[in-house]
Design a protein around this ligand. Structure first.
Ligand code: FNR
Length: 363
């Protein structure tokens, strides 16, 4: 039967994907406590609906860095989507665009950024990892600009890769048909390397990612490109303050889906302090654990302009390629619209803290 919600897509993907691939996508770092807590954080809030509001028309549209979108569901950057479906990122981009949404394409995509741009029917952002060799990063940024990407999302929570024990146990490496398509063959070779007790992905990250990255990198990215820059992976007011001072156009409050620092606070919990520190000076987005329309509603009520959706998109891709991602995103958008109607807030701008009540059990 066709899934009725995002978790049912996860079940289908679990049945369909090889165990090692499912674990690579599903997993978090160490004890996976951040992975679990990201979901629990949504349960810390009850909803306070208002009744007898005209909700005959509910509007989910939003403007993000000047781009009008039909809804606030942004596809999160995720590596190697050809693991889930032969078309990979190309299928995801088509599905996101068809629904009037935005996709963020990973540096570590398994289709070239140009291929994805050619297939896309909607706006794209490009996610940037900074490499030890800045010339590699500059070349990627130039290609993204030439291909029409509208913003750069600099991921700042990955100076080293978190310890993902599922991948170490399975000795996870990329199968022959999946490669880091934006790079030369030698990078893909490193990623495919399997050693007992070691993850090929981790081996590549420790070889190539810049572990010496500091705030200087933000100024550097801004100096090499005129595209708007968002920082992804900020969780505190003090870093948000520094980011605004560095002139960023947006922040993604994120702990990388619980795949980096285990024990890092849930993004939803970090969101209010970041929003307060930013004081409207740049856009604030959030990701981690969004699985229901009411999750989106809570995130927006706490001050996010939009949310990024990660793993569920992978599950949609595994279950049904472009059609699966399209259906999954439309399920989430419809859930959000229904949540707006049933809470008596027919537009996104009508969402604020008045729709939320903190559960006492969570302090
Ligand atoms: C990711 N994420 C990620 N982030 C990033 O900045 N660059 C990347 O290449 C990747 N790759 C990636 C692969 C896979 C398989 C996953 C699951 C995640 C993190 C991603 O963008 C996002 O922050 C989280 O996935 C959001 O949490 P949910 O929606 O998966 O709970």
């Amino acid at each position: 039967m066709r899934p009725l919600c995002l978790d049912e897509y996860e079940q289908q993907a679990r049945a369909k994907l090889p165990a090692g691939v499912f674990d690579y996508v599903y997993g978090g770092s160490d004890d996976e406590s951040s992975l679990r807590d990201a979901r629990k954080a949504f349960d810390a809030w009850w909803l306070r609906p208002n009744v007898l509001v005209d909700v005959s028309r509910c509007d989910t549209s939003v403007s993000l860095l000047g781009t009008m979108l039909a809804h606030p569901l942004v596809v999160a950057p995720m590596a190697y989507q050809c693991l889930a479906h032969l078309e990979g990122e190309v299928a995801t981009a088509r599905a996101a665009g068809a629904l009037g949404g935005l996709m963020t394409v990973s540096t570590m995509a398994s289709r070239t950024l140009e291929d994805v741009a050619r297939a896309a029917t909607g706006p794209l952002w490009f996610q940037v990892y900074c490499f030890r060799d800045r010339a590699v990063t500059t070349a990627l940024i130039r290609r993204a600009e030439a291909a029409g990407y509208r913003a750069l999302v600099l991921t700042v929570d990955t100076p080293r890769l978190g310890r993902r024990m599922r991948d170490m146990r399975s000795g996870f490496g990329l199968p022959a048909h999946v490669r880091a398509a934006n790079f030369d063959a030698d990078v893909s070779q490193a990623l495919a390397t399997r050693a007992p007790g070691e993850s090929g992905i981790a081996a590549h990250a420790s070889r190539d990612f810049d572990t010496a990255l500091t705030w200087e990198a933000v100024a550097w990215v801004r100096s090499v490109s005129r595209l708007p820059v968002l920082l992804k992976g900020v969780l505190t007011a003090e870093d948000a303050e520094r980011a605004v001072a560095a002139g960023v156009d947006g922040l993604v409050v994120s702990n990388h889906g619980g795949r980096q620092l285990d024990g890092a606070l849930p993004p939803l919990e970090a969101l209010p302090e970041v929003v307060a520190a930013v004081r409207g000076r740049c856009e604030v987005l959030v990701d981690g654990g969004i699985r229901r329309g009411t999750d989106v509603l809570k995130a927006l009520a706490l001050g996010a302009k939009a949310v990024l959706v990660g793993r569920p998109v992978y599950w949609g891709l595994a279950a049904g390629g472009e059609e699966g991602v399209g259906h999954l995103l439309s399920l989430l958008r419809e859930e959000l619209e229904l949540a707006l109607a049933l809470s008596g807030r027919p537009t996104l701008s009508a969402l604020d803290g008045s729709v939320l009540r903190r559960r006492a059990a969570f302090g």
